[in-house]
Design a protein around this ligand. Structure first.
Ligand SMILES: *[C@@H]1O[C@H](CO)[C@@H](O)[C@H](O)[C@H]1NC(C)=O
Length: 178
């Protein structure tokens, strides 16, 4: 039985139209990119160099290009923000009080909570066999995120603002959950 040429044409059209709706087939944006876009909205910061954000959300197990160096900066910025806040609030704060505040700002439980708030455990890229939700992985990624903002903005001040927003919101939601 011969198929009329017009039908062949519509069959072809159906096939052509169907291809782009295949999952991720012809899409330029990956689920990772979509997650990064959402993350930027959540921290209310738009990266000029999105590559920095990609790096920050990449664990050392996944790629040589990862967030480790950014995390060094992010940790320092978080501690600096906490120490500054303590001393601005009280010029007579003791050295041990200031260092306690700096330590609290980089404490693991707090950074795990802040990372979870913005969905980092489901965003960060890790190698098979590495647990993306492990505390060192998510804390490293959160610190790398803070560091990435600092580099992108060329300003630790901007990074500290993002840090406080995450830290304070997390503390508030922890209280609300009690
Ligand atoms: C980064 O900031 C510093 C200090 O404000 C400035 O001197 C430098 O030119 C800036 N670098 C870039 C690449 O914008």
């Amino acid at each position: 039985m011969a198929i009329p040429p017009a039908c062949l044409l519509c069959l072809l059209l159906v096939v052509l139209v169907a291809i782009p709706s295949q999952p991720h087939a012809l899409r330029s944006s990956s689920p990772f990119d979509a997650a990064l876009a959402t993350l930027q909205k959540q921290i209310a910061y738009d990266f000029r160099a999105p590559d920095l954000l990609r790096r920050a959300m990449t664990h050392a197990s996944y790629s040589r290009e990862n967030g480790r160096a950014l995390a060094v900066l992010g940790l320092a910025a978080a501690q600096s923000a906490a120490a500054l806040r303590a001393l601005v609030a009280d010029h007579d704060a003791s050295a041990s009080a200031v260092s306690r505040r700096a330590r609290d700002a980089s404490e693991e439980a707090a950074c795990v909570a802040a990372a979870a708030r913005v969905g980092i455990p489901s965003i960060v890229r890790v190698a098979a066999g590495t647990k993306a939700s492990a505390a060192p992985v998510v804390c490293g990624a959160l610190r790398a995120l803070i560091g990435a903002v600092a580099v992108d903005a060329n300003s630790t001040h901007v990074a500290e603002e993002v840090f406080w927003k995450l830290h304070v919101l997390t503390a508030a939601s922890a209280k609300a959950a009690m």
